[in-house]
Design a protein around this ligand. Structure first.
Ligand code: FUC
Length: 824
């Protein structure tokens, strides 16, 4: 059938159009209105790990992101007006809502019968009966705007704005009428506040007005020397491509539905005067000023109404502000830099020298002029992914959404929610391999919570035990299929398989760190719950094998035998790969933990009966249970290749499947944007095809709707952060892999010819290892393997392999011939 709703490419375009229109209507106290003339810009910064520009950001996708996991900001660096756009990771619309649909269970038998009878288009249509409401949306919090008084001069000299990835600090410098001005902005994780430090080189020359505003309902007032913004989020927001009246609904009562929030701003001036009234904070005749901004929301957990049963954000914001005010600027900066570097400096990378000219070129023009031919830019973009993860996902925060924590519109693309049929998981791909494992913790919190709601969805919608979640999740841990009870499309809504994928992250965390307490207490109970759902959901495929039905291969359509289009059938390869992964790891966990023998036996029996992956007559790995023709050959999802990456079912020991997966990937082509290209980099790396992975890196490092934005955010027009994270993971995967059986660490498995010499330090491998690798002329020169757990290890490089025993805390040197030397 032709779906009732626009097919996804058209949907993508509609979303893009809507977002462009939304951005075009941003009220501008915006940097783009200023009329300064910029002369003789400042030279390149000394710090190579920096994004830098010779003009202020004119648009949101040029502004530079800061974050401490919870609080986010986009810094424009404008003048005479600057805008610092603000986010808080718990500021979402709506509140907890029951999305389960008993109708789904009623139609399930008919659905399965239609599928067994080959009536796929009819099954697709029936899928509308299985849907629940759409998720809520991640919202912008507000704006801190600064209007500077620089006199009448419009000529600006020596301008530069930059984001120092090594220190996690954004800065602006320029000179007007002989006075040099600087701004430094950062968001401190230890202090939980945003800090802006402003200086002028001439005493008393600093004067500006600071205001707080929001796209949401708000009012401002002066309170004890601070400027305070109190805001209220909508009780409901429709997705941007859902066209109906009143897409944004507010509850006028402060104690009614909808998140309450508060921002507090205080200025500490050296010399000069600070005045605060209900509308603005004014600074006159100062030489240096520290602005401190704190924020809090009424969020009180995923299962409580933030309006009716929320916490009062006011004392929380006030207390955060007071604690920060008690510290000097230098102390706040020192604590922040120390905290940031304790994560960021764990991994370093050098892919070869950049042309001198590239280093002297501002980042946006550097991308345009050099792209991936500049190894320093490739490395910078790798570290940017790590920077963004540190900034958007810290223990205690929410996991990053489709836009991390940076969103400036009320109706963001795809509600800036958690899309878990690839995107949310991809956000976490760099965490373990690039040595930021604790950044996964917020995702584990989400899994714990969605499993609570998902238990009921499993029962109500499917009559199954365990827990289920579908392709969209929000702050309220929505677990049902979305689609507003029939508006949506089965190609994305009908996918009860995110549980197994999310659980893969729990197992991989254990695989990397070997922490059995984590496996026993945190991971296994959730994995078991997901496996219980799968066991109950599996049904007979008509040939005595177990399969999933209904089943979709996210978000692809096939041509049915009677010439219609459908996304719904049974036993899509991705489902089988996900279940294989989950069951295999549950079985392993029961053995490690020495528990649950009967459950293990059930899993083993089901695994033995699970429908197998199939190779189509044309040699490709089949995406669906039959060799259907896809309606979009170059579809952006690589769902059936899940078992190759991020899964590991398809590996060196399954050469036929490996060859078939490669054929499928070749057929998909390189076309795609952001996350799709990033996924392909990882899959090419797993196939050992470094040159092809590099070709995809080249595609990425372009200022293009399929590449990156001027601030290096991954483009999936307009922007989706998964592209950044998947890219970073992909480069790590090209340099070190550890997924093959037998505890093997493969050094330089997919090194492209474009990087003949280089080194990477601090990548992590499964089994509790940390790995440094150096190479020259495309060959390993040396490696260091540090072992935390003392497990035996096999090191592979090219066709050679060597094995050795390690001790907890030991370090071994590996030479070019794979000779092993214990380091003192
Ligand atoms: C999936 C993708 C879309 C987009 C959305 C958030 O549905 O197919 O391209 O990335 O997630």
């Amino acid at each position: 059938m032709t779906p009732r709703n626009p097919t996804t490419p058209i949907r993508n375009r509609l979303i893009w159009l809507a977002v462009v229109l939304a951005i075009a209507t941003i009220p501008t106290s915006d940097a783009q209105t200023q009329a300064s003339t910029f002369r003789d810009p400042a030279p390149a910064p000394d710090q190579p790990l920096a994004l830098w520009y010779d003009h202020p950001a004119g648009a949101w996708l040029e502004a530079l992101p800061l974050g401490n996991g919870r609080l986010g900001a986009m810094v424009y660096g404008g003048l005479p007006a600057d805008r610092i756009q603000l986010n808080d990771d718990t500021l979402w619309s709506g509140g907890p809502k029951d999305g389960d649909n008993p109708e789904a269970l009623k139609v399930l038998p008919e659905m399965r019968r239609l599928i067994l009878d080959g009536k796929f288009a009819e099954a697709h249509q029936l899928g509308t009966k299985m849907m629940g409401p759409y998720t809520q949306t991640y919202l912008p919090m507000g704006d801190l705007t600064l209007d500077f008084k620089h006199g009448d001069a419009t000529e600006v000299h020596g301008y530069r704005r930059m984001l120092d990835l090594d220190r996690g600090v954004a800065s602006v410098q320029y000179t007007v009428e002989g006075v040099a001005y600087t701004r430094e902005v950062f968001i401190s994780h230890p202090a939980n506040v945003l800090i802006v430090r402003l200086t002028a080189s001439r005493p008393g020359a600093l004067a500006f007005k600071a205001r707080l505003g929001s796209r949401l309902h708000f009012r401002t007032r002066a309170d004890a020397g601070s400027l305070v913004l109190r805001g209220k989020a909508p009780a409901h927001v429709d997705p941007i491509d859902y066209q109906r009246a009143n897409p944004i609904i507010y509850d006028a009562d402060e104690h009614g539905e909808g998140m309450n929030f508060e921002c507090r701003l205080k200025a500490i001036a050296e010399a000069g005067a600070v005045r605060v009234d209900d509308g603005a904070l004014s600074v006159e005749n100062a030489t240096a000023v520290t602005l401190i901004l704190s924020a809090a929301t009424s969020f009180n957990g995923f299962d409580k109404s933030p309006g009716k049963a929320g916490v009062d954000p006011s004392p929380i914001a006030a207390e955060r502000l007071a604690a920060a005010i008690g510290k000097s600027y230098d102390a706040l900066l020192r604590d922040h830099v120390q905290d940031h570097q304790s994560l960021s400096r764990r991994a370093t990378i050098d892919l070869g020298p950049s042309p001198a000219e590239a280093k002297a070129t501002p980042t946006d023009r550097r991308v345009k002029a050099f792209g991936a031919s500049d190894p320093g830019l490739v490395a910078l973009h790798f570290q940017y992914g790590r920077y963004l993860l540190i900034a958007s996902s810290r223990p205690g925060s929410q996991p990053p959404t489709l836009q991390g924590i940076w969103n400036d519109v009320i109706r963001a693309p795809w509600s800036s929610n958690y899309t878990v049929n690839i995107n949310t998981e991809m956000n976490m791909w760099p965490a373990e391999v690039t040595n930021l494992a604790e950044c996964q913790e917020p995702l584990f919190g989400l899994i714990r919570e969605v499993a609570v709601r998902g238990r009921k969805t499993a029962r109500v919608n499917y009559g199954c035990g365990g827990w289920v979640s579908h392709h969209n999740i929000d702050l309220w841990r929505h677990s049902a299929p979305v689609g507003d009870f029939g508006h949506g499309d089965a190609s994305w809504a009908l996918w009860p398989m995110s549980g197994p994928w999310l659980c893969q992250h729990l197992w991989q965390h254990y695989a990397f760190n070997g922490d059995t307490a984590f496996l026993r207490d945190a991971a296994y109970p959730l994995m078991k719950g997901s496996a219980e759902f799968c066991l109950d959901y599996l049904s007979d495929d008509g040939h005595g094998r177990l399969t999933t039905s209904p089943s979709t291969s996210p978000e692809n359509f096939f041509v049915t035998p009677d010439g219609k289009h459908s996304a719904v059938s049974m036993g899509c390869s991705m489902d089988l790969e996900l279940i294989h992964d989950l069951f295999t790891h549950c079985i392993a966990a029961t053995k490690i933990l020495k528990i649950d023998d009967p459950f293990r036996a059930r899993l083993e029996a089901a695994l033995a009966k699970l429908a197998p992956l199939q190779i189509a007559p044309d040699g490709r790995l089949q995406e669906w249970f039959r060799p259907f023709e896809e309606t979009e050959v170059h579809h952006r999802h690589l769902s059936h290749l899940w078992g190759l990456y991020p899964g590991d079912q398809i590996n060196r020991d399954t050469p036929d499947l490996l060859a078939a997966a490669k054929k499928s990937l070749d057929a998909r082509g390189d076309e795609g944007s952001g996350w799709s290209t990033a996924w392909k980099i990882n899959v090419r790396a797993r196939l050992g095809d470094g040159d092809h992975a590099y070709a995809l890196i080249k595609r990425t490092l372009r200022l293009d709707p399929q590449g990156v934005c001027p601030n290096l955010f991954g483009s999936h027009p307009p922007f989706q952060i998964d592209g950044n994270f998947g890219y970073t993971a992909g480069i790590a995967e090209m340099l070190v892999q550890s997924h093959e059986a037998g505890g093997e660490i493969h050094l330089l498995p997919a090194l492209p010819r474009a990087w003949p010499a280089g080194q990477v330090k601090g990548l992590r491998a499964r089994g509790g290892f940390e790995v440094d690798v150096a190479w020259n002329d495309g060959l390993l020169t040396s490696a260091t393997i540090r072992s935390r757990l003392g497990r035996p290890v096999v090191i592979r490089s090219g066709s050679k392999a060597a094995s050795f025993i390690t001790q907890p805390g030991s370090a071994h040197m590996v030479d070019r011939d794979l000779g092993i030397h214990r380091k003192p």
